[in-house]
Design a protein. Structure first.
Length: 171
């Protein structure tokens, strides 16, 4: 608060009528602070969320907001390397090679940290797959969320794992 008050106090006497009051500026500051704090929260994503983003679906707007917040806070969304081929496969089959090439270019600049598969991650994914009867790619997404102690962002209703926190994208 002191820093904001110091910044606000500078030039106080030169302010004109109609400028924001300290209370209004403070409220703006707290909103920005909450946004940055929320952006620091660890999140993982699966192919479902990324596909919604690239295909311009309504759910993709939520993913775009998460990407924006991660970029603002110098953070990242986490994703397993196993989920990326699923994105490529779906885009190639449904939207064509040109769509995949555009998405691949953009993907390189998004605040997404791709995690390589380790033996421990693979074992955890196998456990999720066996217990919850989900696809292998989804099992890796769940295993990564557990490993990173992160919330999994998805709209895929196949996820039923109770040991990870899930942020459901709205339909």
């Amino acid at each position: 608060m002191a820093k904001r008050a110091i910044n606000w106090g500078y030039g106080l006497l030169k302010r004109k009528a109609g400028d924001k009051s300290f209370a209004e500026e403070w409220a703006d500051y707290k909103r920005e602070e909450r946004t940055l704090e929320e952006a620091k929260y660890e999140r993982c994503t699966c192919s479902h969320a990324l596909l919604a983003y690239f295909r311009g679906e309504s759910r993709g707007l939520e993913v775009r907001t998460l990407l924006d917040r991660a970029a603002i806070a110098d953070g990242v969304l986490h994703m397993s390397d196993v989920n990326c081929p699923e994105v490529k496969d779906t885009l190639l089959k449904k939207d064509g090679a040109a769509a995949w090439h555009r998405a691949a270019e953009i993907l390189q600049s998004l605040p997404i940290a791709f995690h390589s598969t380790s033996r421990a991650l693979a074992d955890s994914a196998a456990d999720f797959k066996a217990r919850f009867k989900i696809s292998l790619a989804d099992a890796f997404a769940a295993a990564l969320a557990k490993e990173q102690e992160a919330e999994l962002v998805t709209g895929d209703r196949e996820f039923k794992a109770k040991e990870i926190k899930i942020a459901w994208l709205k339909p």
